[in-house]
Design a binder for this molecule. Structure first.
Ligand SMILES: *Cc1c(COP(=O)(O)O)cnc(C)c1O
Length: 423
């Protein structure tokens, strides 16, 4: 019961007078406080910077808030780079961590002076042939192979991941880049996703710091930064612990002092590329209960569906649900809470104990601030919702309007069918 919404029923009723459900809403205050905590956790590292993973919540207003808190952006595609550029992020505040990258996207990244993080050794020649000279500073992504374990529990399986250079390729790649005039280097790795332990970053840091020391010895490369990437998770369940970013920062500091400082590499800047940890808890999907159905099970049907939030449908992910105004009511009813897609996987919750839900109740789905709206789609002609911002002063701002049928049809060349149709 530890999940408390950042918005009340009264506030929702006020909002829906202007913006109908469903919508995603973000909590500016929560985002800022968390970002400041992240910077505090790594304040011991002089060059520390969080490059927010744009794919998690690609909205210029969100990027602007993070920018004001000192963050940069981590982009994976040209369109994400264009958004960062449009939001006036400049070098060194744009990181480009892509894979299977088209030449045109590398060219654009170079043009706007993003820090390019190469995913593969073959991309080096590809870049030279299709784009030209390397920038002065280049990063390479490391894949350790094997399984990634923390105290004997398997976190993830890098061996099976498509990303990154092997260890030997890193040495070869650094030598090659050096021979081509690259002056400064970075190393990056992402070995596990949504981790639920304060040990993930310290363990990853240990691997990357040792690798940095070796690469410097082997190639003489001037390593300026190490990017711990994303993967710091949040606990979607109402019970249990949340990751403690201050403890995580402290854990990384210990490893830094053990490995990098003695190697006279104590001036290396640390970067992170968190998405989920920066935003997930500070977003809610707010919907309305529009149907109840009593068949072999009890169903509550919402005006939101998996097109607004895919995680439950594709990963069976748990998202906590609060019935607005019934926060303290006993959870006496067992429901499947569903959307209206013609897909039986379109369920926000299965066999969930909740207070008795009445038609018209506002349903708050928690932790949708990252990989929520952004993974949405238009299956079944369900249109994307609006995104709203609950500002620090309590006011609400629309930061993306809801789609209309016209948006859905915009990629066809028959807009004339709308002549005379009231939209
Ligand atoms: C997705 C991604 C991130 C962010 O991951 P989170 O789990 O949201 O922290 C960071 N870096 C890269 C390269 C990614 O692909």
């Amino acid at each position: 019961m530890a999940k408390i919404p950042f918005i009340t029923k009264e506030k929702i009723e006020e909002i829906v007078k202007t913006y109908p459900t469903p919508f995603h809403i973000y909590d500016e205050k929560g985002i800022r406080e968390n970002a400041r905590k992240v910077y505090k956790a790594f304040s011991w590292n002089k060059g520390f910077r969080e490059y927010f993973a744009v794919k998690a919540t690609p909205n210029p207003y969100i990027l602007q808030i993070l920018k004001e808190e000192g963050c940069g952006t981590d982009c994976a595609t040209k369109v994400e780079l264009m958004m960062a550029k449009a939001c006036r992020f400049e070098n060194p505040y744009i990181f480009f961590s892509s894979n299977v990258t088209p030449a045109e996207e590398y060219a654009y990244a170079k043009e706007i002076n993003a820090i390019i993080n190469f995913d593969d050794i073959t991309h080096l020649k590809y870049f030279e042939e299709n784009v030209g000279e390397f920038p002065e500073t280049v990063c390479c992504r490391f894949n350790t192979g094997g399984v990634f374990k923390i105290s004997n529990s398997i976190m993830d399986n890098p061996q099976e991941a498509k990303y990154g250079f092997t260890r030997d390729q890193l040495t070869e790649g650094f030598r090659y880049l050096k021979s081509k005039g690259v002056k400064h280097f970075g190393i990056h790795a992402f070995l596990a996703s949504n981790t639920q332990t304060n040990e993930y970053y310290p363990e990853l840091a240990k691997i990357l710091f040792k690798t940095a020391v070796e690469l410097k010895e082997e190639t003489g490369a001037d390593i300026r930064f190490i990017n711990l990437s994303g993967g710091v998770g949040i606990n979607y369940l109402p019970e249990g612990e949340q990751n403690d970013i201050l403890a995580i920062g402290e854990g990384v500091r210990k490893v830094y002092e053990e490995i990098l400082v003695p190697a006279e590499m104590g001036d290396i800047a640390l970067y992170t590329e968190m998405g989920r940890f920066m935003l997930a808890p500070y977003g809610h999907l707010v919907a309305t209960a529009i149907h109840e159905k009593h068949t072999y099970k009890e169903y509550i049907g919402l005006d939101a569906c998996a097109a607004n939030l895919m995680r439950p449908a594709i990963y069976g992910a748990y998202h906590h649900i609060t019935v607005a105004g019934k926060e303290d009511a006993p959870c006496t009813c067992k429901y499947d809470v569903t959307g209206g897609l013609c897909e039986n996987s379109d369920k926000f919750a299965v066999d969930r104990m909740l207070p008795k839900i009445d038609i018209g109740d506002r349903i708050i789905i928690h932790d949708t601030g990252a990989h929520g709206f952004s993974m949405g789609y238009q299956y079944n002609g369900k249109l994307r919702s609006a995104e709203l911002l609950l500002c620090e002063d309590g006011s609400v701002k629309m930061i993306r309007r809801a789609e209309t049928p016209k948006d859905y049809f915009a990629t066809f060349d028959f807009t004339h069918i709308f002549d005379g149709i009231d939209q």
